[in-house]
Design a protein around this ligand. Structure first.
Ligand code: ZN
Length: 286
């Protein structure tokens, strides 16, 4: 039998498997074989998958979504890709890149699926993104084997303070996208076997219920196998590392008129088969 799909999450700092409305605590269910830290699972991914086949997340206990932290709270690296959807490159008035444009989000920006989003200026923008979670080391891995090194996907928001990002030249991509709370991810890491086609998922986000981004991940210029293969030619991807894979059209800073997040607004980000993030904009910057 193939392994069953898993949804791996962080409940109040502890590693859990999510079932329908319930969360199974992995340390307790495994009798201590796996520790409580949500980071420990990635280096032991193959063992964990084998163990998880024999447990039922349905045996877990009810949980509050507000208790979910970032499903991968402290990765060694968070890679992010700019201009990876043709329609977004066009709306930004920029050339479609011939190789992936790579920057980083510093890991301290990661936040949970219900976390408040502190607005550090009046130019904070949204970017709905598919996030790849590595399940094995990848060094010079060919595209045909790239998905084998991926543990799963989660939903992400590449929140960006456009004022900080663009006020100086050259632009400050990494800093302007790494402020506190600027990397909501979750609600769980979903394994790829839960998805009918891991390369074609509906993706989008809404502001106070109004759709502002709506696309499909098949519209990526460089798809997930291509991104993993490209990155792994240059760096060693490690288990638990994240890759934010770029955003489709519909961000606020290139709209006419421009539009940015305002206090009190709720940003909802959803990807087919992976779930939803609900982040409320709050005063920030201190
Ligand atoms: Zn982005």
């Amino acid at each position: 039998m193939p392994p069953r799909p898993l949804r791996i999450a962080n409940r109040a700092g502890r590693l859990v498997l999510l079932g329908d409305g319930v969360a199974l605590d992995v340390e307790r269910a495994s009798g201590g074989r796996f520790g409580p830290d949500p980071m420990d699972v990635w280096a032991a991914w193959a063992d964990f998958r084998a163990w998880a086949d024999d447990v039922s997340p349905a045996d877990g206990e009810p949980f509050e979504r507000a208790d979910l932290g970032p499903c991968v709270p402290r990765p060694a690296a968070v890679y992010a890709i700019g201009l990876n959807y043709r329609d977004h490159a066009e709306e930004a008035g920029l050339d479609v890149p011939s190789t992936p444009m790579v920057f980083t989000k510093f890991p301290t920006c990661l936040a949970g699926p219900e976390a408040d989003l502190p607005l550090t200026s009046n130019r904070v923008d949204w970017e709905a993104e598919l996030v790849v979670v590595m399940g094995a080391r990848a060094r010079a891995v060919p595209e045909t084997q790239a998905l084998d090194r991926v543990a799963g996907y989660c939903v992400g928001q590449d929140i960006s303070d456009r004022r900080l990002q663009f006020k100086d030249k050259p632009a400050q991509f990494s800093l302007g996208k790494s402020l506190r709370g600027f990397g909501p991810i979750g609600p769980a890491v979903t394994t790829l076997d839960a998805l009918a086609d891991p390369l074609d998922l509906a993706i989008g986000c809404t502001l106070e219920g109004e759709a502002v981004q709506k696309s499909r991940t098949r519209e990526m210029i460089f798809n997930v196998p291509e991104l993993v293969a490209f990155l792994s030619r240059h760096v060693d991807l490690e288990p638990g590392d994240l890759i934010f894979t770029g955003t489709p059209a519909g961000v606020g800073s290139v709209r006419t008129p421009r539009r940015y997040l305002t206090e009190g607004e709720q940003l909802e980000t959803e990807i087919e088969g992976l779930g939803v993030l609900r982040n409320r904009c709050v005063p920030g910057g201190t």
